[in-house]
Design a protein around this ligand. Sequence first.
Ligand code: FAD
Ligand code: NAP
Length: 303
Amino acid sequence: MYDVIIIGGGPAGLSAGIYTSRLGGKTLLLEKLTPGGQITLSSEIENYPGICDVKSGVELMACWPNQAKKFGCEIKSEEAKELKIENGKFRIITSNNEYKAKAVIVATGSTPKKAGFEGEDKFIGRGVSYCAVCDGFFYKDKVVAVIGGGDTALEEALYLSQIAKKVYLIHRRDKFRAAPITQKKVFENEKIEIIYNAIVKKAYGNKFLEGIILLQKNKEIDLKVDGVFVFVGMKVNNELIKDLVELNEYGEVKVNLKMETSLKGLYAAGDIREDSVKQVVAAAGDGATAGINAMKLIQKEEE
Ligand code: FAD
Ligand code: NAP
């Protein structure tokens, strides 16, 4: 029986593991891939406090697993497949094993959906981005394209227009689904040029992205851009707990300020929770909050 099992080894999960194990909790962290989380996809991060030079996501996350292990946190490369409750305790089933815990912290994150054009994967972190707050600054006075027609695409296009020289907003239809007030701001913004009824067919370049080929009514358009921001929806990784806890309308887990979900002993931290600002520093803070509160609950129950 573990005190705490953490599912997900991104910034939220690893930070939770550092706190629970350092507080003396017998902790197991399950990560289906290599620990580090989605920031390891980014070639540059410069907004995590305490780092004065730009680092890659891999560099930033390199010592987090060791820091957790130093305090006794066990880290296993296994995917949590099922989460069950039995007599007030949690049972987690992976492909090979079953584990039990008094408290569980779910930190499985969310995954930006891909648009699906040729070269999208090749240029991730080298011109293709899924996060304007993270990467926008690298395109200061440059030309960028934003893909999507929802609230996120339009809000991020407005944000990028404050940094970039020009923003092309590319939407596959001729009507946006974003809120009317946001649409109005976009229409009034001189730096944003809207291209309707177009999809990105292909991204090209050498080491870094140099442009994209659009397909508009069977016509190909070559657009020279320095960056492409893809905002075509997010997939919240809530499969394990979606039937156990309250979610908001977007499938994000509802939590209180202690990162407690609607189910006692079950915590959610990082990108998976509602109103997350989806940043490494925030995810790490959530993990610490969840870890401390999970340990407090266990101690209270044992007294
Ligand atoms: P994640 O980092 O998504 O970690 C979740 C982990 O859970 C993953 O490792 C996943 O493999 C694992 N997992 C999922 N399901 C299971 C399961 N069933 N069993 C076991 N493991 C599971 N933020 C910034 O602050 N600054 C930036 O500059 C920045 N740049 C970014 C650039 C890119 C390209 C991307 C994609 C994101 C960027 N972000 C940036 C956002 C940042 O990466 C996220 O906010 C942060 O990683 C969220 O942390 P998390 O721990 O909640 O989730
Ligand atoms: P979304 O509303 O699902 O919009 C995704 C957009 O991407 C749609 O316009 C869609 O086109 C387009 N798209 C999907 N797949 C595509 C592909 N393969 N290629 C090109 N375009 C593609 O996603 P979101 O904008 O991330 O918003 C998610 C939810 O959060 C929404 O409910 C939104 O209202 C909410 N949200 C709210 C706020 C706010 O209230 N301020 C801010 C952000 C998000 P179609 O229109 O043709 O389907």
